[in-house]
Design a protein around this ligand. Structure first.
Ligand code: PRP
Length: 211
């Protein structure tokens, strides 16, 4: 039997995914070692391979078939825009993609002003402003701590993830518009879904019983 390969987004999401998989009898003890620097882990008896990738790269591994299955946030799936089958909402890491800024920016949004939008998610921001709102804006790509941008005058608003809202609150910003809800999703390579349909569907169905 061929190995089924599962790409996980390094960090908390990978740990939570393994906890979920354990509930359906899929485990990988060597991944539990907190000090390991290994990136690939094997469960020989189940013929499963897991690997840990940067979240933003998980859709790439899955689209190219280097991984049959991936687990990654909906934010990353939307931003990367890869050809994938999204097969399950894992109901973990729930948060929202929002347009945020100071309350004074509400008017700029309402009047469709030409504003600057800073984001770690330029494709999501572009799609929202250009295709949904039909508002021309300038998108500025940042790599993190995006809340800084409106405070220091780099942009009028940001497009970012809001979970508890604490980061916004502590920096005098607020949610101005909601773009979409987010959570962790399971994605599958299109060819793998055909070639390994029985094994993959069993995995998905087993997961759905514990979700
Ligand atoms: C994320 C996100 C927000 C924050 C939202 O940032 O970009 O900044 O979490 O969470 P909250 O609503 O619970 O405060 P992350 O911690 O990933 O760091 P980053 O800003 O450097 O990307």
């Amino acid at each position: 039997m061929k190995y089924l390969t599962i790409a996980l987004a390094k960090g908390r999401l990978a740990r939570n995914t393994m906890d979920l998989l354990e509930k359906i009898g899929i485990n990988c003890d060597e991944m539990k070692d907190e000090h390991t620097r290994k990136l690939i882990f094997v469960n020989e008896s189940l013929k499963l391979k897991f690997f840990l990738a940067k979240a933003g790269d998980v859709p790439t591994y899955v689209e190219y078939g280097a991984a049959d299955i991936g687990v990654v946030g909906k934010d990353t799936i939307l931003e990367e825009g890869r050809k994938l089958l999204e097969v399950a909402d894992l109901n973990m890491g729930k948060c929202r993609m929002c347009v945020c800024g100071p309350s004074s920016a509400v008017e700029l949004l309402q009047h469709h002003e030409m504003i600057r939008v800073a984001s770690k998610y330029p494709n999501i921001a572009k799609d929202y402003f250009y295709n949904k709102k039909h508002q021309t804006v300038e998108i500025i790509k940042l790599n993190g701590s995006v809340e800084l941008a409106p405070i220091v005058g780099l942009s009028e608003v940001i497009v970012d993830i809001v979970e508890t809202g604490t980061t916004l609150k502590e920096n005098g910003l607020e949610v101005l518009e909601e773009i979409c809800p987010l959570s962790a999703r399971m994605v599958v390579n299109q060819v793998s879904m055909k070639m390994e349909n029985d094994r993959i569907m069993k995995l998905i169905n087993d997961l759905k019983t514990v979700l």
